[in-house]
Write a protein that binds this ligand. Structure first.
Ligand code: NOJ
Length: 531
C-alpha cells in the first residue's frame, strides 16, 4: 500500500451476511466458526476487509438488525471466544474486520427497552421515543414504518405510543437523550478496544427525528404499486440537521483510535449524502454511495452520475461504490450474468472504495423463495410488491453437494436452484468462470495503483452504450471501456494514443494490443487497457 493512502481507501471490502455464509454446526444457520473456516478462501480471492452484518444477541425479528445486547455475541453465531479467534485469524491474514452498528433502534427485548416500557417514570423511559395519542385518539402523527403501517405502536400497559421506524420489535432510541449516546458510545469502544477496525453504521441518517414531531407531507409523485412508504416524503422522520452533531461526536470517538473507519448507511440524494462527510471531513469516512444499485443500468446515465458524484465530493473526501447488499436484489439478477461481469469491472475500477456482496463473485442470482418459506419482515409487512429481501440472502454456494456445502442440516433459506453450476468448487478451476474473472480483477487492481488510487476522468466513447474513463497515477495511465449493452459497439477515442494493451476483458480470450482509433467492444464486454 502506498504511504499516502489508508487501508480503507485502497482496500476492497467484502460483506458477509453471517446467517448465510458457512454453517459449522449443522443448525442450518451460518456462524462465526464457519466464517473463520472460510477465511483462506477470502484471502485467496483477494479482498482486504470483511464487514459482518450484525452478530449480536437478537430475537431475529429483523435477522440481527434488532439488537438485544450491543456487547455480546448471538449464541447461534457462536461465543465471544469464537469472535476473538475470528478477529485474530482475520488480522493474521493481513485483513481487517468491520462490524455493524445499529444505533437507531434496539430489539424490544433489549434490557433498556424492557425498563423503558416498565412504567412512565422508569429512569430509562426517555431512552426511547414515547408520545401520547393524538388529540381524539390514534397515533401521534402520520409517520410510516419502513416495514409497513404506522411507525407508532400503542403500549397498553403505560398508555402511550412508541416509535419504530422499522418493525414493531425495533423501537427507536431517543438520541436527544445524552445517556443513550453515552451507552452506545461505550459499546463502540468495547469493540474498538478489542481491535475491530471499524463499523458500518445502520441507517445513520435516521438517528434524530423532528423535535416537534410534525406530519410528513404527502409525496405527489407516488405511483400505485410502489412501496407504500413512498406515499409521503419523510422530511421530519429522518435526515434532521441535528444528526450531524452526533456523527461528529461519533467520529471524535473513532479518531481516538488508530486507523479505524466509519461507514454510514445512507439512502439519500448525492447532495444530502455529501453532508455526512462533515463540513471539515469530521463525520463518517465513507457515506455509502448506492447509485450503482439505484440508477437504471445505462451507460449514459451512469457516466453522468459518476462525474456528478466526483464533482460533488468535498476536497479530500474519499469516494466509494456499492453494487449489492442484503437489502437489494443481486446484481446478476438485475442485469443478467454476462453484464454482471461488466458491473464487477465498473465497481472495481471506479475511483473509491468498493464494497462487494458475498456470492456476487460467483454470479449468484436471487434465490426463489416459496411463499411458506418467506422470512423477511419487509416482505411479510408489505407482501407482493417485490420488496422481499430473502432472495438475496440465500446461502453461499461452496460446492455441488446438497445445500451447496453451506450446511449439513436444513438451511434457514433454500439455496438458489442453479448452485450446482455456480459454486466456488466448480468455478475456481474454470478459467472462464465469474470467480476466475473477479479474482483476476482484484489482483489487477491490487497491482495497479492507478486503479486503486489514481485520478478519475471520464472520456468520450463515441457510443451512448459505452462508458469510458481513465485512471492515472504516477505516470501510469489506464483506460476502462465498458459496454453496458448486449450489442457490440465501436469505441472511438478522442485524440490520444492510437493503441493500447489489453490488461483484462470480461470476455475470455481477449489479449494483446488494440487499435484505439477503431476498437470493437463486444456485447457485454468491459476492457481494462494500459495506455
Ligand atoms: C438497514 C439494514 O441494512 C436492513 O437490513 C435493516 O432491515 C434496516 N436497516 C433496519 O435496521
Amino acid at each position: 500500500m502506498s504511504k499516502q493512502h489508508l487501508w480503507w481507501q485502497e482496500g476492497v471490502i467484502y460483506q458477509i451476511y453471517p446467517r448465510s455464509f458457512m454453517d459449522s454446526n449443522s443448525d442450518g444457520i451460518g456462524d462465526l466458526p464457519g466464517i473463520t473456516a472460510r477465511l483462506d478462501y477470502l484471502q485467496w480471492l483477494g479482498i482486504d476487509a470483511v464487514w459482518l452484518s450484525p452478530i449480536y444477541p437478537s430475537p431475529m425479528a429483523d435477522f440481527g438488525y434488532d439488537v438485544a445486547d450491543y456487547t455480546g455475541i448471538e449464541p447461534m453465531f457462536g461465543t465471544m471466544a469464537d469472535f476473538a479467534r475470528l478477529l485474530a485469524e482475520v488480522h493474521g491474514r493481513g485483513m481487517k474486520l468491520l462490524l455493524d452498528l445499529v444505533p437507531n433502534h434496539t430489539s424490544d427485548e433489549h434490557a433498556w427497552f424492557q425498563e423503558s416500557r416498565a412504567s412512565r417514570d422508569n429512569p430509562k423511559r426517555d431512552w426511547y421515543i414515547w408520545r401520547d395519542a393524538a388529540p381524539g385518539g390514534g397515533p401521534p402523527n402520520n409517520w410510516l414504518s419502513a416495514f409497513g403501517g404506522s411507525a407508532w405502536q400503542w403500549d397498553e400497559a403505560t398508555g402511550q405510543y412508541y416509535l419504530h421506524s422499522f418493525a414493531v420489535e425495533q423501537p427507536d432510541l431517543n438520541w436527544r437523550n445524552p445517556e443513550v449516546e453515552a451507552a452506545v458510545f461505550d459499546a463502540i469502544r468495547f469493540w474498538l478496544d478489542k481491535g475491530v477496525d471499524g463499523f458500518r453504521v445502520d441507517v445513520i441518517y435516521y438517528m434524530v427525528k423532528d423535535a416537534l414531531f410534525r406530519d410528513n407531507p404527502p409525496n405527489p409523485d407516488f405511483q400505485p404499486g410502489q412501496d407504500p412508504a413512498r406515499t409521503q416524503i419523510p422530511v421530519y422522520s429522518y435526515n434532521r440537521p441535528e444528526v450531524h452533531d452526533i456523527a461528529r461526536r461519533m467520529r471524535r470517538l473513532f479518531d481516538a483510535y488508530d486507523d479505524r473507519v466509519i461507514i454510514g448507511e445512507i439512502y439519500l440524494s448525492p447532495d444530502e449524502l455529501m453532508k455526512y462527510y462533515g463540513a471539515n471531513l469530521d463525520e463518517v469516512h465513507l457515506p455509502f454511495n448506492f447509485q450503482l444499485i439505484l440508477l437504471p443500468w445505462d451507460a449514459t446515465i451512469i457516466g453522468r452520475a459518476v462525474s456528478a458524484y466526483e464533482a460533488l465530493l468535498p476536497e479530500l473526501g474519499w469516494p466509494n461504490w456499492v453494487l449489492g447488499n442484503h437489502d437489494q436484489h443481486r446484481i446478476a439478477t438485475r442485469v443478467g450474468r454476462p453484464q454482471a461481469r461488466v458491473a464487477a469491472m465498473l465497481l472495481l475500477t471506479l475511483r473509491g472504495t468498493p464494497t462487494c456482496y458475498y456470492g456476487d463473485e460467483l454470479a449468484m442470482v436471487d434465490g426463489e423463495i416459496p411463499p411458506d418459506l418467506v422470512r423477511d419482515p419487509q416482505e411479510l409487512g408489505k407482501p407482493g410488491l417485490g420488496l422481499g429481501r430473502d432472495p438475496e440472502r440465500t446461502p453461499m454456494q461452496w460446492d455441488a453437494s446438497p445445500h451447496a456445502g453451506f450446511t449439513t442440516g436444513t438451511p434457514w433459506l433454500p439455496v438458489a436452484a442453479d448452485y450446482q453450476t455456480y459454486n466456488v468448487a466448480a468455478e475456481r478451476d474454470d478459467p472462464e468462470s465469474m470467480l476466475t474473472f473477479v479474482r483476476a480483477l482484484l489482483a489487477l487492481r491490487r497491482t495497479t495503483p492507478a486503479l486503486s488510487v489514481g485520478n478519475y476522468a471520464e472520456t468520450p466513447s463515441g457510443s451512448s452504450d459505452l462508458f469510458a474513463f481513465t485512471r492515472e497515477h504516477a505516470g501510469q495511465k489506464i483506460l476502462v471501456v465498458l459496454n453496458l449493452s448486449h450489442a457490440p459497439h465501436t469505441f472511438q477515442s478522442q485524440p490520444g494514443p492510437a493503441s493500447a494493451e489489453i490488461l483484462l476483458s470480461t470476455l475470455p480470450g481477449r489479449a494483446g494490443t488494440v487499435d484505439l482509433t477503431n476498437l470493437e467492444v463486444g456485447a457485454d464486454e468491459g476492457l481494462i487497457l494500459r495506455l
